[in-house]
Design a protein around this ligand. Structure first.
Ligand SMILES: [Zn+2]
Length: 133
């Protein structure tokens, strides 16, 4: 039994490849065969062209800090590790992910380059976070 007390992902048939890739420390996104766009979050159809011709592809894990906030008060007992950085990262491939950025407050700057970081929070769960590049 893990000591980790925050909510954990519950993969659906659609999102399972994303979480399985994260466990292997790979960032994978759906890539649309219809329009060529990358998609996040996982979906059964492309939100740009509605194609269901989607394939999972490994992406760079590089991007930039699009926006962030610093969470200073725990919303529940599970988040008692506040303060932490809740961020939106824009990947080089285009999609924006809501994530945690592991960085000191003084480091934070909109547009700063970031890179993916895989946090193995339990033996079965790896979370996708980011850190300064
Ligand atoms: Zn598409």
């Amino acid at each position: 039994m893990s000591d980790y007390i925050k909510p954990l992902p519950k993969p659906s048939p659609t999102s399972r490849p994303y979480w399985e890739a994260a466990r292997r420390h790979e960032l994978q996104l759906q890539h649309c065969g219809g329009c060529g766009g990358y998609i996040y979050y996982p979906r059964p159809r492309c939100p740009h062209c509605m194609s269901d011709n989607l394939k999972w592809e490994r992406v760079s894990g590089r991007g930039k800090l699009y926006s962030y906030t610093i969470v200073r008060r725990a919303s529940t007992r599970s988040f008692a590790d506040a303060p932490y950085v809740l961020a939106i990262v824009e990947l080089d491939e285009g999609p924006r992910l809501t994530t945690n950025l592991i960085a000191a407050q003084e480091q934070l700057k909109i547009g700063m380059p970031v890179t993916v970081h895989f946090d193995d929070v339990t033996p079965e769960h790896t979370l996708v976070k980011f850190k300064p590049a």
